[in-house]
Design a protein around this ligand. Structure first.
Ligand code: FES
Length: 415
């Protein structure tokens, strides 16, 4: 499905279920596993359908695995250093042939664990025991962590998200004299632009962070009473900020067609991210949709390898354990075209969740989903501001970067 287009510069070895896998030091574990054709990495929690990485940004469940004894690690947010023990989880049998997959076939319209055979003597107890094994993700960690108190941090501005809008906002606020804390869950700063490393490098160069405090590999898990709870690799941090700027971007768009969750279906941006690590599809790609990321895929892997498909022409995706082909609508029915990968370039859904929890209102836009409502300056609620895609700005590196800088200016002007 994927292959490496260039030799490894700093090879290390990681392990998948005990088998050695070559990786480039510093690349995400999920990228290394895809490059070695380990496409099915996980199983859905309920129906045990096969899962593979689809977003490479911590936004799906396709890359969850047990890493060095810790369950449910997003392997796309975990940089390979060498020696990592990655174990697939949540199956009976093997990651490729999960016996619990039968639930998907017996209950194609979903399964209600709560009422299945409820009230039938004998059978009820049997099924409750079975359902407990069926649902859920992973096993408890090998090592129990000791309970620690959260650290507290006071900051002049908290920027949530280290993509182009967040980098621009943090840079301008720091230059304006604010004590700035920038939180990002990735392995490096750049957000969506990490799929285009040269553009990410240019944005980082144009927007120096100065003395900004950067919490990388850290996630704002919630905002409670005006304070943000941040999970970092070193422990929890409770952040109280004078202003909070939410630049959380957008979730990759999806298309509702049969088998749209098969391993081998990725967002167009994720395909570009793979290409940035020198990992490219090992066969034709069905590129569904258009726009910035569709054009970027074509540029990254070459037009001859790409079959452009209009979303309305895609009838479904074919395959059992992974993508094998796409079904395309024709005037007389359907035709099947073999492909190795399906890249989806659908409009992203603004990541409004943190802003909404912090008190912002949202508005439904038919073509985008829920976007954060803000005033002309970018203020969403009290000391909460929003910039970039989460506020409905269509993705374009210059547009979202400019929006981040503009909102930062407004914050400084309002001080
Ligand atoms: S969360 Fe890792 S690939 Fe989507």
């Amino acid at each position: 499905m994927f292959k490496r287009a260039r030799p490894l510069a700093h090879p290390v070895v990681v392990y998948l279920d005990g088998a050695p896998v070559e990786a480039e030091r510093g690349e995400p574990l999920a990228v290394a596993l895809l490059a070695s054709d380990r496409t099915t990495l996980a199983r859905s929690a309920k129906l045990h359908r096969p899962r593979g990485p689809s977003c490479l940004r911590g936004g799906c469940d396709g890359c969850l695995a047990r890493v060095d004894g810790a369950p449910n690690v997003m392997t796309c947010l975990c940089a390979a250093q060498g020696g990592e023990q990655v174990e697939t989880q949540n199956f009976v049998g093997s990651r490729r042939a999960d016996l619990l997959r039968v639930t998907d076939w017996f209950f194609p319209n979903g399964i209600d664990h709560h009422h299945l055979m409820a009230g039938v003597p004998g059978v009820q107890d049997l099924l409750v025991g079975f359902a407990r094994k069926l649902a859920g993700m992973g096993r408890l960690p090998t090592n129990t962590l000791s309970v620690q108190s959260a650290r507290r941090l006071e900051t002049g501005a908290l920027v949530v998200g280290g993509g182009p809008a967040g980098l621009a906002a943090a840079s301008r606020l720091a230059a304006g004299g604010r004590d700035v804390t920038l939180v990002d869950d990735g392995i490096e700063l750049g957000g969506s632009l990490l799929a285009l490393p040269e553009r990410a490098g240019a944005v980082r160069g144009q927007h120096p962070l100065g003395a900004t405090r950067v919490l990388l590999g850290a996630t704002v898990v919630g905002v409670y009473g005006g304070e943000a709870l941040v999970a970092t690799p070193e422990g929890a941090v409770v952040v109280r900020a004078r202003d909070t700027v939410v630049t959380t971007g957008a979730h990759d768009g999806v298309l509702a067609v049969p088998n749209d969750d098969l391993p081998g279906v990725l967002s167009a941006r994720a395909v570009c991210r793979l290409a940035s690590y020198g990992v490219v599809p090992d066969g034709p790609v069905a590129l569904v949709g258009e726009g910035f990321w569709a054009d970027a895929v074509e540029a990254a892997i070459g037009a001859p390898n790409v079959l452009r498909v209009a979303p309305e022409d895609l009838a479904g995706i074919k395959g059992t354990g992974q993508v094998k082909a796409v079904a395309l609508k024709t005037a007389t029915g359907e035709r099947t075209v073999k492909v190795a990968v399906v890249a989806i370039a659908a409009p992203g859904a603004p990541a409004f969740e943190i802003a909404a929890q912090a008190g912002a209102e949202t508005r439904f836009e038919p073509t985008q989903g829920y976007v954060v409502v803000r005033d002309a300056d970018g203020r969403a609620a009290g000391s909460v501001w929003a910039a970039g895609e989460c506020a409905g700005v269509a993705f374009d590196p210059d547009a979202v970067t400019g929006d981040g800088a503009r909102v930062a200016e407004a914050i400084l002007a309002a001080s």
